[in-house]
Design a protein around this ligand. Structure first.
Ligand code: ADP
Length: 470
């Protein structure tokens, strides 16, 4: 039985039948027991009244001589057979008229109700079924009620009521069960349908389950999952298209140049070979950048962390770009004090971060401008943008700046402010995405501020290395 509807339905049915059957059985049992107790209490009460009446008779007649004449009336009143024994156990009165003069003990009569006169036991009275009314079994009910039919009617009525109750409860349990089964099974079936759509590649499918139960939460999570899968799929497609686009330009240039040389259109001279080399270098950089990005985005970038002096690192890095800055007539300034707290970094990766930022700054600054690289300590603490004790690097330039609408996106991969970039306007839009991923992998933050027409400043915060206290 694979269907959850069938399983739940069968479970409900079984439960309903078990509960209702048990209820019927227990009701019968308790009616039987309570009724028996009630009859016994009534018989005991009536017998006690008969014993009191007989005591008064004993006093009036000064003995048991005339009791047989009275005992039938007493018995008739209570629809019982009364047997009276004197203090020595000899039967002196019997409304059935059968045992006069016999010994109660020999007849097997026990548990008689004592007849007390002035605190003395003058005999005992036994309450029995009237002769010929014995069909009530040990309960003595029909006898007590007067006829067999009355007792049977009583139990038949009780049984009927129990039967009706059992039927009504079974029907109610089945209807409730059916409603519940439908309420549980329908959302599950809808979720199964959704999972099949998603598995078949239809990531736009959403379930329409709207219940406030855990199944509703599950359906909502399913929809959230499908949305994020859809977003991931769209971004994967965009990424593939971007990569293909970026690879196509250098490959086309290389292919065209080589074809030209082979067809004798170009000479295989230094100029054309240099162009091919430049495009292959671009391809190499692109593949490295893509590998670093995908490693960082999947959290697999291995960092060789060591406490380092950031001022040293900046000094080293700037000396490498000094010539290029001078060539562009840009003045390069370093503003980083000695003795800054050490930061826990992978120096090679942070050098790459600084290189990307300084390279961008030089590229976007015109001759006569300034690129300033700074580092300062940020104590952190509540309220500030950086909660942790860190060192903040900044690279500012006097270039054309970045318009406010582009600023939130410049750290996205393949995002370029000027999509129709010229050759020296830079790369594929991966530089800042790599900066961000490396900095985040270090537990830091990267952000930018810019004033179009005045310049831009890029910031990177790096957490200060925790030195073990002695
Ligand atoms: P790319 O490698 O193409 O330069 P980046 O990720 O480094 O890509 O930069 C993304 C975009 O941000 C670039 O298209 C560029 O226009 C802009 N940008 C980056 N740095 C600066 C800067 N210092 N001044 C002005 N614009 C910048």
């Amino acid at each position: 039985m694979r269907s959850i509807t069938l399983r739940l339905g069968a479970a409900f049915l079984l439960l309903a039948v078990l509960c209702v059957g048990l209820m019927g059985y227990l009701t019968n049992l308790s009616v039987d027991r309570d009724f028996r107790e009630y009859v016994e209490r009534l018989v005991a009460l009536y017998t006690q009244q008969a014993a009191d009446d007989l005591g008064r008779l004993y006093v009036r007649d000064e003995g048991w001589e005339d009791v047989q004449g009275e005992v039938s009336d007493l018995a008739k009143l209570r629809v019982r057979r009364l047997v009276v024994a004197d203090s020595s156990g000899v039967i002196v009165g019997d409304s059935g008229g059968l045992w006069l003069g016999e010994s109660a003990e020999e007849l097997g009569l026990h548990g008689g109700t004592p007849i007390m006169v002035s605190d003395q036991e003058m005999g005992a009275v036994y309450s029995l079924l009237p002769p010929g009314a014995g069909a009530g079994g040990d309960l003595e009910i029909p006898g007590f009620l007067g006829t067999d039919a009355a007792g049977e009617d009583f139990f038949a009525d009780v049984a009927d009521s129990v039967r009706v109750a059992v039927l009504v409860v079974t029907a109610a349990a089945l209807v409730t069960g059916a409603v519940l089964v439908v309420q549980i099974a329908r959302p599950i079936q809808s979720l199964i349908k959704g999972a099949r759509h998603v598995a078949a590649g239809d990531l736009s499918y959403r379930t329409a389950v709207k219940t406030k139960s855990e199944l509703g939460d599950l359906a909502e999570s399913f929809n959230v999952m499908a949305s994020s899968l859809e977003r991931a799929e769209q971004s994967r497609r965009r990424l593939n298209a971007d990569i293909a686009h970026e690879l196509r330009t250098p490959v086309t240039i290389i292919e065209g140049t080589v074809d030209g040389i082979l067809d004798g259109v170009f000479d295989a001279d230094r100029e054309h070979l240099a162009s091919i080399k430049e495009q292959t270098a671009l391809l190499t950089r692109l593949t490295h950048d893509l590998r670093d990005l995908s490693l960082a985005e999947s959290g697999q970038l291995t960092l060789d962390l060591a406490p380092s002096d950031i001022t040293d690192l900046l000094r080293r890095k700037l000396s490498q770009v000094e010539v290029r800055a001078r060539e562009k007539d840009i003045s390069l300034e370093l503003n980083a004090p000695d003795g800054l707290p050490h930061v826990a970094i992978d120096s090679m990766r942070i050098e790459q971060v600084v290189a990307n930022l300084v390279d961008n700054a030089i590229r976007h600054t015109s001759a006569g401008g300034t690129v300033r690289v700074s580092a300062e300590e940020a104590p952190g603490g509540a309220g500030g943008p950086d909660q942790q004790h860190s060192v903040v690097l900044s690279v500012s330039d006097t270039g054309k700046g970045i318009a406010a609408e582009h600023l939130p996106h410049i750290f996205d991969r393949f995002y370029r402010v000027d999509a129709s970039r010229s050759k020296d306007e830079g790369g594929a839009g991966l530089g800042l995405a790599i900066v961000k991923q490396i900095v985040v992998a270090h537990g830091g933050r990267a952000w930018a501020e810019s004033e179009p027409g005045t310049g831009s400043t890029f910031f990177v915060s790096l957490p200060v290395a925790v030195t073990p206290t002695a």
